[in-house]
Write a protein that binds this ligand. Sequence first.
Ligand SMILES: [Zn+2]
Ligand SMILES: [Zn+2]
Length: 246
Amino acid sequence: MPIAPAYGILTVKSPEGRFSKLLYLYETHLHTAPVSRCAEATPREQAKAYKERGYAGIIVTDHFLNGNTGCPKGLSWADAMTFFCSGYEAAKAEGDKLGLDVFFGLEYAVRGTEFLLYGLTPEFLFNHPGMDTLSAAQISALTRSAGGYVAQAHPYRSAWWIERPYPVDPGLIDGIETFNAGNFDPEINALAHEFAELNRLPAQSGTDSHFAEQPFTGGVALRERAGDIFDIINAIKTGRVELITP
Ligand SMILES: [Zn+2]
Ligand SMILES: [Zn+2]
């Protein structure tokens, strides 16, 4: 069965008004159950839902062992990583069937401050036992040394588990979420946008999807289909993306 090309129609606001553009839509921030304890959607449900809504791809960013993980306690590092990667693997298998590109990422927490890490591989995680206990500076250096990308997720969000609800030293990050659909107070996104502008940090948008039936309000749109996750990273870094927002 031929697979329809993946694309989305994005309505863009310009000084002349609104117009529609054919763009490739990518979700940058997405969770699956049971790897993320707070997620309700299974990897298959997420892949199906995004395909139905015209996204070209998704980056699976489940909570790592230092976040809201569903990983059972007491596993060996290898078993914990097998569990952690199972959400991505299942989403990828479903995506391959449907014609949705599924990329690997993770959401890494340092005392509640969270980072989206892209460009690492499951093999890298297996080969770095104990990498769940690093400081922000250490995980940033480790990710970058492997050629990966570090973005701060939802800066300024406050919750009891977030010790410091502020942006980190901009030198530690390659990008920052200026729109997160889970920020119910629009002021949080506005502050993040201001911080990105002030520090000339690449901006990205993400749904932080935990539920398949969640309205699809975040992500980035590219003019060309991404061949791999580095095409998305480079597009964000060079500002060649439209941010998907409601
Ligand atoms: Zn979560
Ligand atoms: Zn998240």
